[in-house]
Design a protein around this ligand. Structure first.
Ligand code: F6R
Length: 624
């Protein structure tokens, strides 16, 4: 799981590759490398262990001059992060260089065969078989050699290949891993995603599986693997060139949290404009008859998107009255689910490239389910394999910790569930109206919540040194607790558990003590009284509580506070309060999420962590 980029044209290629790779670091950042065809006709390579900044420093001392280049940022799968294992990988004669994203499943067998034929390997990677295969088949035509090499491969890949004998050519090819070709004037590009080259061009070809691109400075030829020409429409990237910059924020995560009001507007635009009008969902691709005859909905995703799916299950069942399940994508296939006729599988993914999610999609499709995806990145692998796609319209999300995608995934699932409820006649006109009005208010609620950032920051300052946290919620806000805890642990490294408050007494209550803070989600609704009971129990065991409650709630701040207790005991202190605007319970996970994102962000910042690139993580997990 890595990022690749390439440039061919008339400018200094290394600079453009490095700038592109910067936008791909979310895919991996344990090592990086770049190869340039130098003016003397040799391939020059620089590789480092560590983040891209380290490669940038090396290039300042040892610049690479030339106008054809490929670059790579790595997230190790085969072989630990080391200079030898980092890309680009070279052929024996050092004249062919390859960058790769994906996994070659039969590399061991190919390596044994190539070694027997006299090729020498220097890394532990699966990728290294590719330059040797291209070398084996190369007879002066780079594209033909790449085609032959690819025929030997099993697995997933997007490759960029250059050869010192053909300085005016670059070949790119994909199967299951994302790849776009950027179109310039007298210069062209390849990249794992559009964001990497958006500063250079807004025109791209989105390459499909088993398609190959031959790039020259003045032309691009797209073919299948038998070299039959392919005509492809130019895709115009729909966001401005600076959308992937930090715009004055300290981190992308902070910028993305603050982009939520605007992104919510974009998500609602054209779909819901008036509480008295029907919801319009382009891309849904389902007839009213299909919606009415639904027997089951299975929602599947990974990580944060799965937490959004848990909210989706709740609203789908509650509003549209369709039996619904939510499964972790990595687990769905393992349980070999029974798929009834008229089952809809809703696949949720920010990137649209998550390998586990893609595998779950294929399994459900094979079993006969119709696939509806809720995605952010346009024209991703998941989009291409789905029957319908509803985009969340969040714009690029760069920070590894997903924030705006989460709230927009829930917003989109709310729109889908309301639409289904409307068509199936399972919710009263009054309820539909109330919920639609609440969704239309969401951008404004998000804006108000962001204005309260300083209050959240003050709470972060009080608790950021604690090693443990318990996030408790019930009903539709159990997923909010899980997501709040996930955000906290992944960027601050505070150990945080998201738990059903109802389960607290069955185990987690043992963790309660002064150095473990409890986040109690206690907005108004069916489960409010029970949450009050849980807060009392935590305070009685000297656990500090941060509570999320509706504006104006007077009960929670002093719930569980014991006036008789030792004033040094946290149990005698009022609870720390995070106030949110009151909304119907069924849409409250959206408002609750925003302060929990801010709390995790500020605690991580106070602890001095690498917020946009937490350790061991990558933004897009394209390996199972
Ligand atoms: C956590 C996070 C991950 C992703 C997960 C799925 O902040 O970002 O848990 O949500 O890897 O990724 P997508 O949505 O791209 O399929």
């Amino acid at each position: 799981m890595c990022g690749i980029v390439g440039y061919i044209g008339f400018r200094q290629a290394a600079d453009i590759c490095i700038a592109g790779l910067r936008h791909l670091e979310y895919r991996g950042y344990d090592s990086a490398g770049i190869a340039v065809i130098a003016e003397d006709g040799q391939l020059d390579v620089r590789k480092v262990v560590g983040k891209l900044a380290v490669l940038g420093e090396l290039l300042e001392q040892q610049p690479l001059i030339g106008s054809t280049s490929i670059g790579h940022t790595r997230w190790a799968t085969h072989g630990k992060p080391s200079v030898q294992n980092s890309h680009p990988h070279l052929s024996c004669d050092g004249r062919i260089a390859v960058v790769h994203n994906g996994i070659i499943e039969n590399y061991q067998e190919l390596r044994t065969q190539l070694e027997a034929e006299g090729h020498t390997f220097i890394s532990q990677t699966d990728t290294e078989v590719m330059p040797h295969l291209v070398e084996k088949y190369y007879e002066g035509d780079l594209r033909a050699a790449v085609c032959q090499a690819v025929a030997d491969l099993q697995g997933a890949f997007a490759f960029g290949v250059i050869c010192a004998d053909n300085p005016g050519q670059m070949v790119a090819v994909r199967r299951f891993s994302p790849l776009v070709v950027g179109i310039g004037e007298g210069e062209n590009y390849i990249a794992s995603d559009m964001g990497a080259i958006r500063k250079e061009t807004d025109k791209v070809y989105v390459i499909a599986d088993d398609e190959l691109a031959l790039l020259m400075p003045d032309s691009i030829e797209l073919t299948d693997l038998d070299l039959n020409p392919i005509q492809r429409e130019v895709f115009v990237i729909p966001w401005p060139a600076d959308a992937a910059e930090k715009a004055g924020h300290k981190h992308f995560m902070h910028k993305e949290i603050h982009e939520q009001p605007e992104a919510m507007h974009a998500c609602l635009a054209g779909r819901l404009s008036d509480p008295d009008k029907s919801i319009v969902l382009e891309g849904l691709n389902m007839t009213e008859a299909e919606i009415k005859s639904l027997r089951k909905v299975v929602l599947t995703a990974c990580g944060t998107a799965y937490n959004a799916g848990l909210v989706g299950r709740f609203i789908m069942e509650n509003l549209a009255r369709v039996p619904s399940e939510a499964d972790l994508a990595a687990e769905l296939r393992a349980r070999d689910p029974v798929v009834l006729d008229n089952t809809l599988c809703i696949v949720i993914s920010q990137s649209g490239e998550t390998a586990d999610t893609l595998v779950a999609l294929r399994d459900m499709q094979e079993k006969g389910a119709k696939i509806l995806s809720v995605l952010n990145v346009v024209d991703s692998s998941i989009a291409r394999e789905s029957d319908g796609v509803v985009y969340i319209q969040a714009g690029p999300e760069i920070g590894v910790a997903s924030t705006k995608a989460y709230t927009l995934q829930i917003l989109t699932l709310e729109l889908i569930a309301l639409h289904f409820a409307e068509v199936r006649g399972t919710a009263s006109a009054e309820q539909l109206r109330e919920l639609k009005a609440a969704l239309l208010q969401m951008p404004e609620h998000a804006r108000v919540l962001l204005e309260r950032e300083e209050d959240v920051k003050a709470i972060a300052a009080k608790h950021y040194e604690k090693p443990n946290a318990l996030y408790l919620g019930r009903g539709i806000n159990l997923p909010s607790a899980m997501e709040g805890a996930l955000k906290m642990k992944e960027i601050s490294y505070i150990h945080a558990e998201g738990y059903s408050a109802g389960e607290m007494k069955h185990g987690p209550i043992a963790l309660i003590e002064p150095s473990c803070f409890t986040m109690a989600i206690a907005v108004a609704g069916e489960v409010y009284d029970k949450m009050i009971g849980n807060i009392m129990e935590i305070k009685a065991r000297s656990g500090p509580v941060i509570a999320v409650a509706d504006d104006g709630d007077e009960q929670i701040p002093v719930t569980g506070v014991d006036a008789e207790a030792d004033p040094d005991d946290v149990a005698s202190q009022p609870n720390d309060m995070i106030w949110v605007p009151p909304v119907p319970e069924l849409v409250s996970p959206i408002t609750v999420a925003i302060p929990l994102q801010l709390l995790a962000y500020h605690m991580a910042d106070m602890r001095g962590e690498h917020i946009d690139q937490p350790r061991n993580l990558a933004k897009t997990v394209t390996v199972e």
